[in-house]
Design a protein around this ligand. Structure first.
Ligand code: P6P
Length: 339
């Protein structure tokens, strides 16, 4: 029987053999994975755990928080604050950053997360997930021990040292990159450990499947309308092939499908809130997903530039997202360049 490679062994080998990651980062990722296991348990209980429904509060985005949003956020904070790997954390569910309390040792990493993405799907038993991103606390003057602040988080996505998500679906699967390709680990509930089930994930450069919320069509910009219209024309149109559509309304589920079989995911700017660049958040949704997609030979832009090159100006800023099969993303981006 082929020996199962656990997440622990994969990370030790990334540290020892490939020298890709220091032990501090390896240990941090192990803690995040354990937190995802706990979240998976809470999600799987559903109504039996009294965790469905709303919490009666709103997050910084003005969105109604689900009970599980808050539970997942608390699990990640409590799991990560004492380990000594982090200086601070940032979450979709918290207005400002969470500085590691002085009673614990502080480390050199910053952890950002959307604790439970796709919350609108929780109560209807559709896949949801946790998205996370790891940055290093830049310290251009090591002798100066400055207190960590929001500005330490405002780094381009290209500065990430680790990124991933855990999808809570028919399987609980952790998907991770530390800059050496993308690996997928499925939770073996009998052993209680994540087991390597796919390595060196590759997104096909071409696809016949797009993911977008079609109900927003009348609000889209012309380049997006043109791209989707051409897909809908199928074999008779300029693309000379028929397309299929998927929209789970859970970014983690849609991106997991694209990493698994290709496709293009789009949440573009639209006229409903013209002053916002998009719906999805740059720091803890678009950046981690874009790095994963690029590490799997895909592409990710905001229609005009590579998402990982965007210089953030605020922690919760939003961005237009077009990511997935490289040739499709390049086509949509080229259509934007023509206007
Ligand atoms: P809509 C979930 O709330 C989320 O942030 C993403 O996971 C998902 O892709 C998107 O919003 C769905 O948005 O407008 O289709 O409900």
């Amino acid at each position: 029987m082929s020996s199962k490679i656990s997440l622990t062994r994969y990370l030790v080998e990334q540290q020892r053999i490939d020298g890709h990651i220091p032990s501090e980062l390896r240990l941090l990722l192990e803690v995040v994975a354990r937190a995802c296991k706990s979240i998976s348990q809470a999600v799987n209980k559903g109504a039996l755990g009294g965790v469905l429904g709303t919490a009666g509060s709103e997050n910084v985005q003005g969105e109604v928080q689900k009970k599980l949003d808050i539970i997942a956020n608390e699990v990640l904070i409590e799991a990560n604050e004492w380990g000594g790997h982090l200086a601070a954390m940032a979450s979709e569910e918290m207005d400002s950053i969470y500085v590691v309390p002085n009673r614990y040792p502080k480390g050199e990493y910053l952890l950002l997360f959307d604790p439970l993405d796709g919350s609108s799907n929780i109560d209807v038993n559709v896949s949801i997930g946790t998205i996370f991103s790891v940055l290093k606390k830049g310290n251009d003057n090591p002798t100066m021990v400055e207190p960590v602040s929001e500005k330490d988080f405002l780094q381009r996505g290209s500065q990430q040292v680790a990124a991933g998500y855990c999808v809570y679906g028919p399987q609980t699967t952790l998907v991770l990159t530390v800059g050496d390709g993308v690996a997928m680990f499925t939770l073996d509930r009998e052993q209680g450990s994540f087991v390597l089930t796919q390595e060196n994930v590759q997104i096909p450069a071409d696809t016949k499947e797009f993911a977008i919320n079609m109900s927003n069509m009348r609000h889209w910009d012309e380049p997006v309308k043109r791209y989707i219209d051409e897909c809908l024309q199928g074999k008779e149109g300029p693309r000379a092939k028929d397309f299929n559509m998927r929209w789970v309304a859970s970014m983690v589920a849609d991106v997991h499908r694209i990493l698994t079989r290709g496709g293009v995911f789009m949440y573009p700017w639209d006229k409903r809130e013209p002053n916002k660049p998009g719906k999805l958040r740059l720091m803890y949704e678009a950046n981690p997903m874009s790095w994963l997609v690029e590490q799997a030979a895909g592409a990710a832009t905001n229609g005009r530039q590579r998402i990982l090159d965007i210089q953030p100006t605020s922690l919760h800023e939003r961005v237009s997202v077009i990511l997935g099969s490289k040739n499709e993303v390049e086509r949509v981006t080229a259509y934007h360049a023509k206007v």
